[in-house]
Design a protein. Structure first.
Length: 167
């Protein structure tokens, strides 16, 4: 790999690691806020809290999309710089990282979207809120813990793979 391509790849990798770290911290804080709001809605049986939770998850979906696009723009620049230097070994490594992280991010995004849709259904059945509350609380906490563990594993795997490439 040429010196220029290696310099570009190292710089973008540092940016990528910083983006992964800060986006993970941001997502963790958002998920704890969701759980707090939903528990308030569960104990007070107020539809206002559910609308508030819907709005916060919608904002989170938008932030996930922006994080997703910025991460893959960085990876595309790395991929392009390696492709231009014609290094097959590095090209295959980054291509596998790209595809793996793409699938994990899409699964996290779909989990949040499914939570959003379930809250829309719950809000439309607000008169039967007491019937659905225990099932919804269980499914929401399961989805939140799953998305938290997926985002943690994504952050760790990408960080380790990027560090491994440059050692």
């Amino acid at each position: 790999m040429s010196t220029n391509a290696r310099t570009v790849a190292k710089t973008v990798t540092r940016l990528r690691l910083a983006t992964v770290f800060y986006s993970y911290a941001f997502r963790s804080s958002l998920q704890s806020v969701y759980l707090f709001i939903y528990l308030s809605a569960y104990f007070r049986l107020s539809i206002i809290y559910i609308y508030l939770l819907q709005f916060s998850i919608f904002i989170s979906l938008c932030s996930y999309l922006s994080i997703y696009l910025s991460n893959y723009l960085c990876l595309f620049v790395i991929y392009l710089s390696i492709y231009l230097s014609m290094s097959v070994r590095y090209l295959s490594i980054y291509l596998s990282i790209y595809v793996c992280s793409l699938s994990i991010y899409l699964s996290i995004y779909l989990i949040l979207f499914s939570i959003y849709l379930s809250l829309c259904l719950l809000a439309s059945n607000s008169e039967n809120l007491s019937i659905y509350r225990s099932r919804s609380l269980t499914s929401l906490t399961n989805s939140l813990s799953l998305s938290l563990s997926l985002s943690l594993s994504l952050s760790l795997s990408l960080s380790l793979s990027h560090i491994y490439i440059y050692i």
